[in-house]
Write a protein that binds this ligand. Structure first.
Ligand SMILES: Cc1ncc(COP(=O)(O)O)c(C=O)c1O
Length: 425
């Protein structure tokens, strides 16, 4: 898809939709309120129509009728089968990815496993753009690693661009593990994963990627860049549903060298022998811990199948075009009202969401929700994020988000809202 010169009319948004070869995918999602502007595929993807029927089938046909027989009729292998689908989206082998637990728990498992395998190395390296849960967990891992271990957090200069050069400079023979979000949650900055992987390896460090904002939004080539370890959530661009389980990637050659520190029975070599001693299963299986959560695993196939059908190259091409369009409209309608851009301008350095800044971000987000039928996403202190999820977002969605945001600010509609934070933003 060639970049399009944009124009600021609503007619042009419709024209872009008419030309969009991925537009028919929108019909594969439940769109209950066509007027609602939902640019939150970076938080919770929309419900795929097929996901609802997968759940119905699981509950009524499998659980309801087959009862415990379901485990031998396809349930037990779901973590592997879904992992194999995710592997195709992230450039990995089917036996290198498995679905289980949450991103936070998986990060803990892989980070501690990596640190324990890197004897004599005592530093874990990360940046301050990483998701807070990751920082808390890496800190715990450093404590559990031993009295000499420490977490070193490299600061970004502007809270937008990742400090790649400083990270490269901080890597040394003491570094056990570097762990970063490939696409960072606030600014959408996206690291050069191949370059950092090579730099980490030169110093003998392992690299653990959090792909939560990258999987399903940018094409990933974990094998070809020699990636070691990764985790990621499935409820954002993969549309797995609220709280759907996360995935774990471990490069094949590392699988037998790492031990899962939460060594539960489902990661045991022969769980149904009920032996008293833990013997890890071979391969990716050892990174499982407890019983697969079937109710939340089953809908995930629907979103993955849609992404595989669309192809990540086409998804990325549309995502770049949509975020470019959003930035173009920002210049036309929002920059003159004092809204700043808090994402990289160069599409090569960002994922599929764009962050804007405004000192009244919180109250603006409340007005968007209550007066404008735009579901907002506010991140402290002043970030408003809008994501293009190419499978279900139209160009008209983007146009409407900007016009409604413009109206809220231009007419001062946010002034009637309080300045206190609600529980979930
Ligand atoms: C980048 C990133 N990492 C980790 C998490 C935490 O995921 P979970 O709550 O599923 O453990 C999130 C949650 O949104 C996230 O955005």
């Amino acid at each position: 898809m060639l970049p399009t010169p944009f124009d600021p009319t609503e007619r042009f948004a419709y024209h872009l939709d008419a030309q969009d070869e991925l537009a028919p995918f929108r019909q594969q999602f439940v769109i209950d309120d066509p007027d609602l502007v939902y640019l939150l595929g970076n938080s919770l993807g929309r419900l795929p129509v097929a996901a609802a029927s997968h759940i119905h089938q699981l509950v009524h046909e499998q659980w309801g009728k087959r009862l415990i027989r379901g485990w031998n009729e396809g349930w037990f292998t779901q973590p592997n089968e879904l992992g194999a689908k995710i592997a195709r989206l992230i450039g990995a082998q089917p036996d290198e990815v498995i679905v289980a637990d949450s991103t936070s728990v998986n990060l803990f498992k892989l980070a501690l496993a990596a640190v324990q395998a890197q004897r004599g190395r005592t530093t874990i390296l990360t940046d301050d753009l990483n998701f807070p849960s990751d920082l808390y967990i890496l800190n715990s891992v450093a404590h559990l690693g031993g009295p000499d271990h420490r977490l070193q957090i490299i600061r970004s200069e502007d809270e937008i661009v990742g400090p790649a050069e400083q990270i490269a400079a901080a890597l040394n023979e003491q570094t056990a593990l570097l762990s970063l979000s490939a696409t960072v949650f606030k600014s959408s900055y996206t690291y050069d994963m191949a370059a950092l992987t090579a730099q980490a390896h030169e110093q003998g460090a392992l690299l653990l990627w959090d792909l939560s904002h990258a999987a399903g939004s940018i094409p990933l080539e974990l094998n070809s860049i020699g990636a070691d370890l990764a985790v990621g959530c499935t409820y954002k661009y993969l549309c797995g549903g609220p709280g759907s389980p996360a995935f774990i990637y471990v490069r094949r050659e590392l699988q037998e060298k790492l031990n899962n520190p939460i060594s539960g029975w489902i990661g045991q070599n022969n769980p149904f022998a009920f032996g008293l001693h833990y013997e890890p299963a071979s391969g990716i299986q050892r990174f499982l811990t407890g019983t697969p959560t079937m109710l939340s695993l089953i809908p995930l196939a629907a979103g993955l199948d849609l992404l595989l059908e669309a192809g990540m190259d086409r998804v990325r091409a549309k995502s770049v075009q949509q975020t470019e369009y959003l930035i173009y409209l920002w210049r036309q309608f929002l920059e003159p009202l004092g809204v700043t851009l808090k994402s990289p301008l160069n599409p090569a350095w960002r994922g599929s969401h764009i962050a804007f800044g405004h000192p009244e971000g919180l109250r603006i987000s409340l007005a968007l929700k209550e007066l404008m039928n735009v579901l907002p996403d506010f991140r402290q202190p002043d970030n408003l994020r809008f994501a293009a999820a190419p499978l279900f977002n139209s160009y008209h969605d983007i146009y409407q988000a900007v016009i409604r945001l413009h109206n809220v600010i231009d007419q001062g509609l946010y002034r009637q809202y309080p300045t206190e934070l609600p529980a979930v933003t």
